[in-house]
Design a protein around this ligand. Structure first.
Ligand SMILES: [Fe+2]
Length: 576
């Protein structure tokens, strides 16, 4: 039985295909159409899913969408009426939603087939149930607490649930305008980070700040009766677009979130690309601090209701790896399964699996042992792309390939590492990665100057052999999808200086041979040369979505000052 899951007309549009409960393939549209966070219809992703499954759309029995625009309609109407300026916008949004509800027509158009031939059943699932489903059904557990939080989805920002067997029982919802995601976005915007998805950047700025504004920010976001509430006078009314708009061309645009009251309290907002002051850092600190306090409070409350040590979590805010890393000491939860595509692309998997398990009552099975669910390319295609781009290369067997790449890293080279299937979710996890020596003092500057051009305050991440984690980090709960930040042990900080953040932490990826044998062996080969079971891993891209195809990788290699490209069995070195 084939089920196609979709996230459409929402940020990070995506598609996933599930056969008899097994995820065959999943990809975000942005990787294929090269438009970051693309929020239109995932036509290319649907085609890629069908190609990977060797199926036609007429073979698909169910299509599941991780969005239900009818959910909580009364709440939406009530909110629109309380904000008259937004009513026209609300009506427009409803009209657009009606048009996009016709999934059948949209798919037929995308695939150029006759709509009459499409026989699939159609399912629409509330946004946050789809998020929780994307974590719980992928976990190995038969029971867990479920938690989802983000800016908003179907007028809800936070959901708690009891997950057991095939069922996800919703316990509680926090409705808009109260939203931890919007709170975070509002302060990010105030300190000059106004684009969708900038929140992850500002998380890296927080440790540079001091607690100057914590008490003031607590007035913006407060705990209340086991839940949280925002002081709305600091926010613009979110309106019916819920603070975010997808333009007709699929671009995702954030509305201004903060009100004049923020300026009265903290002075002028920072303009992008101007100097970051101590005020901005202190605000970032207070934002992260208050966010964590509310999160741990909510999770402790959830644990009171679901007495389980397993936490299945998703939603864009679940990418807050700093909070995730503290979760084991601040809550009774002992195990987390966080969907690597915790943002909205993950809804495609959640909707498909929910249909399979909860709607169709099919048995559970272990879903995700790794995140390598995207496209892959045969060696012949890679070789022909190298030839077309006039790149000189050597073809190597597995052993020499690892040896040569490890040697280059040990010598301080920056290596583009393109292997196997592309990762699902926003993190490069060793198949579309740029890898380098984590212990060279200038490596962060080299990477930024030559390729990444990232803000000075953003750290690079370490990838570590799973069995060495406890030697290098103060927590030993694994983080295979780079979703936890832990303290680096004091005696190891110098040897990991290029991945040691200002607060002596690292957002690690723990690598096992089972999950990714080639990547594991690359780190092992690096360890043999340097004694370090750790490499620096950052995404293979330059201000663009992570590279997907060999051509994009080769273009990035040629355009930037990357030293070496290891792509499939081929190794190329830039001639300077
Ligand atoms: Fe979401």
């Amino acid at each position: 039985m084939l089920i196609l899951g979709l996230n459409m007309f929402h940020a990070d549009a995506s598609a996933a295909i599930v056969e008899d409960g097994k995820i065959l393939f999943a990809v975000a549209e942005e990787r294929l159409n090269r438009r970051k966070h693309y929020g239109g219809f995932p036509s290319l992703a649907i085609k890629a899913c069908l190609d990977a499954a060797g199926a036609k759309i007429t073979d698909v029995q169910h299509v599941a969408v991780g969005q239900d625009s009818d959910a909580h309609l009364a709440k939406k109407v009530q909110y629109a009426l309380a904000n008259p300026a937004k009513i026209l916008n609300f009506i427009k949004m409803r009209q657009r939603k009606e048009a996009m509800r016709d999934v059948r027509t949209l798919i037929a158009k995308a695939l150029d087939v006759d709509v009459g031939t499409l026989k699939f059943h159609e399912h629409h699932l509330e946004h946050h149930i789809a998020h929780i489903a994307s974590a719980y059904y992928c976990s190995p557990w038969e029971k867990a607490a479920g938690f989802s939080y983000d800016g908003s989805g179907d007028f809800v920002s936070t959901m708690t649930a009891r997950c057991e067997g095939n069922e996800i029982q919703v316990l509680d919802r926090v409705f808009l305008p109260h939203s931890l995601g919007s709170f975070y976005t509002m302060i990010c915007e105030f300190i000059g980070y106004k684009k969708y998805g900038d929140e992850g950047k500002v998380m890296g700025l927080a440790p540079y700040g001091k607690d100057t504004y914590v008490e003031q920010v607590k007035k913006i976001l407060a705990l209340k009766n086991g839940n949280f509430q925002m002081n709305l006078s600091y926010f613009q009314p979110l309106g019916s677009n819920q603070g975010m708009q997808v333009l007709p061309d699929g671009t995702v645009q954030l509305a201004r979130h903060f009100s004049e009251k923020m300026e009265e309290l903290f002075g002028s907002p920072r303009e992008p690309h101007t100097e970051i002051t101590q005020r901005d850092m202190d605000l970032a600190y207070a934002m992260q601090h208050c966010f964590e306090e509310v999160l741990f409070h909510l999770l402790n409350e959830l644990h009171q209701r679901v007495h389980d040590e397993n936490l299945a979590m998703a939603g864009g805010c679940a990418l807050n790896s700093v909070a995730n890393g503290k979760l084991f000491t601040r809550t009774p939860f002992r195990r987390t399964w966080i969907q690597p595509a915790a943002g909205d692309e993950g809804l495609a998997i959640g909707a498909a699996l929910h249909t399979y398990h909860s709607v169709l009552k099919q048995p559970r099975r272990r879903q995700m042992d790794h995140a390598y669910l995207g496209p892959e390319f045969p060696d012949a295609r890679i070789e022909s792309e190298l030839k077309s781009a006039d790149v000189k290369y050597t073809k190597l067997e597995r052993g020499p390939l690892l040896e040569k790449t490890a040697e280059a890293m040990a010598n301080g080279d920056v290596v583009g590492w393109f292997q196997g299937r592309m990762e699902w979710g926003p993190r490069a996890l060793g198949n579309r990665s740029i890898v380098a020596h984590p212990g060279l003092p200038n490596m962060k500057d080299v990477l930024n100057a030559r390729i990444k051009h990232r803000e000075w305050f953003r750290p690079f991440a370490p990838a570590i052999l799973a069995e060495a984690q406890h030697e290098y980090f103060e927590h030993d709960y694994p983080s295979p999808y780079m979703l936890h930040v832990y303290k680096i042990r004091p005696e190891k900080r110098k040897s990991l200086c290029a991945v040691n953040h200002v607060d002596d932490t690292g957002r690690l990826q723990t690598v096992t041979r089972e999950e990714n044998p080639l990547y594991y062996d690359l780190i092992k080969a690096f360890e043999k040369k340097t004694g370090l079971p750790v490499i620096l891993n950052t995404s293979f891209n330059e201000n663009e979505p992570i590279v997907c195809t060999p051509k994009e990788a080769i273009d990035c290699f040629q355009r930037t000052k990357m030293d070496v490209l290891a792509i499939g069995p081929f190794v190329a070195r830039k001639i300077v």
